[in-house]
Design a protein around this ligand. Structure first.
Ligand code: IMP
Length: 427
């Protein structure tokens, strides 16, 4: 039986998924990205050197793992080639173990330009995106006018699609923003050249994944962003433009929803968010500054400081249920070391009742209600065995388990690979 595991961030991204992938890697045969684009940022340390993956699955660092970019991902070829080059400098040739779906929609320069123009305007559509053309590329995808990878190999098709796109986008650039137009011939030639360069990586992901399943291989679905940034289930409109929840896997890879055998959810011991949008437990005081400083909370993709706050189990327990989470990994518990008291948000005061709030995710005006736990003196940093954690840290974990009704199977106690407690191995 093939074992397939979904790895999903349960907050607003940046939960530390890369490190968990690293732990599972020795047992994996394949890893697949299924949504998002180069807006993601997974920081890894390979042979002492820091590398940030945006588009490639972070499992690419492990030479026995075949990596896929599934049909649900929007691909910037500039970003892809840059990342492949960077990865190859560190880990050698990856051509034989990276496959990109023919069905992926491409991020074109006009997507990036429009994303950035909108974000730099004062319009209400501004939400603090990464400025990488993600949302605008998804707009074309659902508008059925994307240039897909397969179009790169049919010159007539490619030219007419780019022509139509530029008719539309250039008129917006000129008339709405007074900005320069993009040249069709230049863009067409660039797409053709990039298509040639992409050929060795292109493949039929659905069939390849079916073959892996039939051979009983172990497959990881590597989520990007986090469940609360899901375009349908997250804090709309302050979300990314894809289904970053488990629900995005089936359509973003091309498998059945019943093909996922284990869902592993990753949450920080506190909460962070980059970009704009509601964040009920956000801290504006010295504790928030302490978490930001100690947790090194700076966005891996944009370098923006992350907003910090307490763990919100109203949201967490909801996404645990929505995503069928079988086990939790709590990361960065060591960042809480030395605090006098630690709060967990367990309820909201709101004009909306809980059901309405979950349905709409309108959480701008809620007031968090906290359970206050005693902090701990004894450091958790570097601990690898649950029994060695101090009792107060154990209580913190137990609270999460009880509220969310799911076991905490892994705890990350520091930045190094070995700083991890594994209570139950999911593979
Ligand atoms: P976009 O995905 O660039 O359109 O940005 C939409 C929102 O999602 C913004 O608030 C971004 O900061 C946020 N976002 C996108 N990707 C990530 C990520 O990988 N980690 C954290 N936030 C992200």
């Amino acid at each position: 039986m093939s074992k397939t595991i979904s790895l999903l961030g349960l907050q607003w991204g940046d939960e530390g998924k890369g490190k968990v992938v690293d732990h599972l890697a020795k047992d994996l045969d394949a890893a697949i990205r299924y949504q998002g684009g180069h807006n993601a940022g997974h920081t890894l340390i390979v042979d002492g050197k820091k590398i940030v993956f945006h588009l490639l699955p972070s499992a690419i660092c492990h030479e026995d793992i075949h990596c896929y970019i599934g049909r649900g991902v929007v691909v910037s070829l500039d970003a892809l080639f840059e990342e492949i080059e960077e990865a190859q400098e560190l880990i050698g040739n990856i051509e034989d173990r990276l496959t990109i779906s023919l069905a992926c929609s491409l991020i074109q320069p006009y997507h990036i330009k429009l994303d950035q123009l909108r974000e730099s305007s004062n319009k209400s559509t501004k939400i603090g995106t990464t400025g990488r053309g993600i949302g605008t590329a998804y707009e074309d995808r659902v508008g059925r006018r994307s240039v897909r990878v397969i179009d790169l190999f049919n010159e007539d098709n490619l030219k007419s699609k780019l022509e139509e796109a530029l008719d539309f986008y250039n008129s917006i650039f000129k008339h709405s923003f007074g900005s320069e137009e993009i040249d069709l011939n230049e863009l067409f030639d660039k797409n053709l050249q990039q298509g040639e360069k992409l050929k060795p990586y292109v493949g039929n992901v659905i069939q390849e994944v079916r073959d892996l399943q039939d051979k009983g291989k172990k497959i990881l679905f590597e989520g990007a962003q986090g469940a609360l940034l899901d375009v349908s289930l997250g804090t709309y409109p302050y979300v990314t433009s894809s289904n970053s929840s488990v629900s995005g896997i089936a359509s973003g890879v091309g498998i059945s929803p019943t093909d996922i055998s284990y869902s592993l959810g990753i949450a920080k011991a506190y909460a962070t968010r980059v970009g704009e949008g509601p964040f009920p437990t956000e801290l504006f005081d010295e504790t928030g500054a302490y978490l930001a400083e100690k947790g090194g909370e700076v966005g891996a993709t944009t370098g923006r400081p992350r907003r910090c706050g307490w763990l919100d189990t109203v949201l967490l327990s909801n996404v645990v249920r929505l995503n069928g989470i079988d086990g939790l990994c709590i990361t960065k518990i060591d960042v809480l070391d030395g605090l006098d008291s630690i709060k967990i948000c367990t309820d909201y005061k709101s004009n909306l009742n809980r059901d309405e709030m979950i349905e709409t995710m309108l959480i701008e005006d809620v007031i968090p209600v906290y359970t206050e736990l005693e902090g701990w003196e004894e450091p958790t940093e570097g601990i690898q065995n649950f029994d060695e954690l101090n009792q107060k840290a154990k209580d913190f974990i137990q609270n999460i388990e009880e509220i969310c009704n799911v076991p905490v199977i892994m705890i990350s106690t520091g930045p190094k690979r070995e700083d991890t407690i594994i209570r139950e191995y999911p593979l």
